[in-house]
Structure formats: C-alpha cells, structure tokens
Design a binder for this molecule. Structure first.
Ligand SMILES: NC(=O)c1ccc[n+]([C@@H]2O[C@H](COP(=O)([O-])OP(=O)(O)OC[C@H]3O[C@@H](n4cnc5c(N)ncnc54)[C@H](O)[C@@H]3O)[C@@H](O)[C@H]2O)c1
Length: 284
C-alpha cells in the first residue's frame, strides 16, 4: 500500500521508533481558514455566484469574479452592484467580463487575478446556462452552448488555475452541478448531460490534482430562488416546494455556505464528492 503524504512527511522528521503524531487543525480556527485567501467565482455577478462572493467576502476572503452579458438581462449592471457590495465589506475585489468558453480569455483573467489580488486559492465554477427544449426539437446550437459553458467552461477554468495551485501545493475547487444531473425534469437533456459531465470532471480532477493537495468537489443544488428560476413554469416551482422534504426552495445563501465550507480546512479530507443541497427534493 502506498503510504499517505502525511505519514511520509512525519517519517522524515520523526526519529526512528518515535510515535508519529499527526498535526490536527484546531477546531475553533477552522471556520477562519478562508480569511486572507483569494477566491475566483465564475459567473459571480448574479444569483448563486453573487451569494458565494458575498459569503467569501464576509469571511475576509479577497474575491475575483467574472461574468458574461446574457440576452435580456442586465448582467453588467449587476456585476457593478456585486463589486460595490464586496468592496463595502473591506476586502479586495476584481471583476471582469470574461467568457469561460474562451480558453485564452480565461488564461488572461487568471493572470490578472494573480497580479491584482496576489494569488489564487479557491475556484468556484458557478457560471452556467440553460437552453431548454424537448429532446426531439433541441437544436445543435442549444446543445453545444450548454455543454460549452457548463462543462468546457469549467474545464478551462480548472486548467487555468491548475498550474499556480499545483506550484503552491494548495487549492480548493468547487463545481456547481445540479440535482437535475440525477433526476432530470422534462426538456433539459443538454443541461442534465452537462451537469452529469461536470460531476465526472469533478471526480477525475480530484484524482489528478489530489497529489498536489488540491481538493475538487461539487455541490448539487435543488431549485434555488434566482433569476434563472423565473424562466421555469410556475407549476415546476410549486411542485419543487411541495416535494422537498423541508417544504421550501433554497435561498442562494443556503448553497453558498456549503461552497465556502468546502473551501475551508474543515473540509480538508473531502475530495471528489458531490454534496446534494436540495432540502430533500431528491428523496421524494
Ligand atoms: N437556480 C437554480 O434553481 C439552480 C439549481 C441548480 C443549479 N443551478 C446552477 O447554479 C449556477 C448559478 O445559477 P444561477 O441560478 O445563479 O443563475 P444566473 O443566470 O443568475 O447565473 C449564471 C451566471 O453565469 C454567468 N455566465 C453565463 N455564461 C457565462 C460564460 N460563458 N462565461 C462567464 N460567465 C457566464 C452569467 O453572467 C450569470 O451571472 C449555474 O451553474 C446553474 O446551473 C441553479
């Protein structure tokens, strides 16, 4: 059996025959371990992305986020509001328009983050889109757009931060999947496939990056009260509320806090996992 890194490290310092003592994190300080770090949140202007930026900022983490203008939405204005709210909490912030589908743009964004905020410790792949339609009517463009953003976009960002995170032997990556990866509703074959693929990417990235002390996990939210949800028929939302064991639809903060937990030292031994945060929706 291959010895774990900590036993190897301990052996290097402990004299032969001496008991190996593992260094244990102090419980009270675990919650503070995101303070002073730098988090990158994709699609951070709105919804869950914004809530995640705010959760980090409230704990003293510097925040970089990117966004893309979406048809019919005022994302650039929302980005300015998010940036202002983060700055008001007194932490450094950097925000830029950057399309996660474009590898070169992502590389430039990561360089800018490191220059302006001094590093990159956490990556939250939150940017995601839907383009629903019955499977037999789904256009190749609708399929591609969703796969390109939700999967290739996350891959581009993971590749973008992998080099600095590997060099510093530290990093936490959290991908935002969905309960729809396990229990899809009607007309979302592209979205369900993209989120299932994102879970596969989470597990394989955890394997590849684990030896460099980088944890990679996913959260799978149920329905959440964001603008994205307003595109769904009202009956879907009512059914979700009714079917959820806890009888409610999540606020974005309910998921954001779990994302921040996964970036803290309290979660240092969790990797390659999917945490379902759906109020028990998938139990029903
Ligand atoms: N709202 C829900 O019920 C729900 C449920 C499960 C999972 N999710 C997931 O949560 C995440 C956030 O969704 P939300 O509800 O906050 O929706 P949202 O539409 O408010 O947020 C998505 C953000 O992604 C950004 N974005 C889209 N394409 C991009 C690209 N190519 N490059 C950079 N940024 C891009 C947008 O600018 C937007 O700010 C998504 O991954 C979504 O699939 C949402």
């Amino acid at each position: 059996m291959t010895p774990t890194a900590w036993t190897l490290a301990a052996r290097e310092v402990a004299p032969a025959g001496a008991a190996v003592v593992e260094e244990r994190p102090e419980a009270r300080r675990l919650a503070e371990t995101v303070q002073g770090r730098v988090a990158v949140v994709t699609g951070g202007a709105t919804g869950l992305g914004r809530a995640t930026c705010m959760e980090f900022a409230q704990r003293g983490t510097a925040v970089a986020f990117n966004y893309l203008d979406l048809p019919g939405r005022d994302v650039a204005a929302q980005a300015l509001l998010t940036e202002t709210a983060i700055r008001a909490l007194g932490v450094p912030v950097y925000c830029a328009r950057c399309d996660v589908r474009r590898r070169q743009d992502v590389e430039q964004f990561v360089v800018a983050v490191r220059e302006r905020l001094g590093g990159v410790h956490f990556l939250v792949n939150n940017a995601g889109v839907t383009h629903d339609g019955a499977l037999w009517r789904l256009t190749p463009e609708a399929w591609q757009e969703v796969l390109d953003t939700n999967v290739t976009g996350a891959f581009n960002c993971i590749q973008g931060v992998a080099q600095p995170m590997r060099a510093q032997r530290f990093g936490k990556i959290v991908n935002v999947a969905s309960h729809q990866a396990f229990r899809p509703g009607f007309g979302i074959s592209n979205y369900a496939a993209s989120k299932a693929a994102l879970i596969g990417l989470t597990k394989s990235a955890a394997v590849d990056l684990g030896p460099s002390n980088i944890n990679v996990n996913a959260v799978a939210p149920g329905f959440m009260k964001t603008e994205l949800l307003t595109t769904l028929p009202r009956e879907v939302l009512e059914r979700a509320e009714h079917e959820s064991v806890l009888g409610r639809v999540a606020e974005p903060e309910d998921i954001a806090r779990v994302i921040v937990f996964l970036c803290s030292d309290a979660a240092r031994h969790i990797t390659g996992q999917v945490i379902v945060v759906d109020g028990g929706l998938t139990l029903a």
